[in-house]
Design a protein around this ligand. Structure first.
Ligand code: ZN
Length: 116
């Protein structure tokens, strides 16, 4: 086996929220993580002087409403809403519908039975 020369090292500093600072030696070839576990309080320590990459091209946050509109037009949604409201008023769905059901007999739980 060849005794390879040790790769050069770099000290990377991390600091946790409680300002504990830890310096971790990494090989310069190693991929240095952005976070490290603080050896003192086990919190996540962030790499000092390392700016989290900004992504200016990132899309604006899509809301549920945006996603909904990608699938349905407002007219369609209105139609669906009217339909559901109609059902709700007739008691076919919603609380009235649920209460119309008889409660099913208590189901026996499947799975492990704990015996003392
Ligand atoms: Zn700490």
């Amino acid at each position: 086996m060849l005794d390879a020369e040790p790769a050069p090292r770099q000290l990377v500093a991390y600091e946790c929220a409680r300002k504990h600072r830890v310096e971790v030696p990494f090989s310069v070839e190693a991929e240095v993580p952005d976070t490290w576990e603080c050896p003192r309080c086990s919190n996540e320590a962030l790499r000092v002087g390392h700016v989290q990459p900004q992504r200016p091209d990132e899309k604006p946050v899509r809301t549920h409403w945006d996603m909904l509109l990608e699938r349905r037009s407002v007219d369609e949604l209105q139609e669906l809403l009217d339909e559901r409201l109609d059902l709700l008023r007739k008691g076919d769905i919603g609380p009235g519908f649920l209460h119309a059901y008889e409660k099913p007999a208590a189901r026996t739980r499947k799975g492990r039975a704990t015996t003392g």
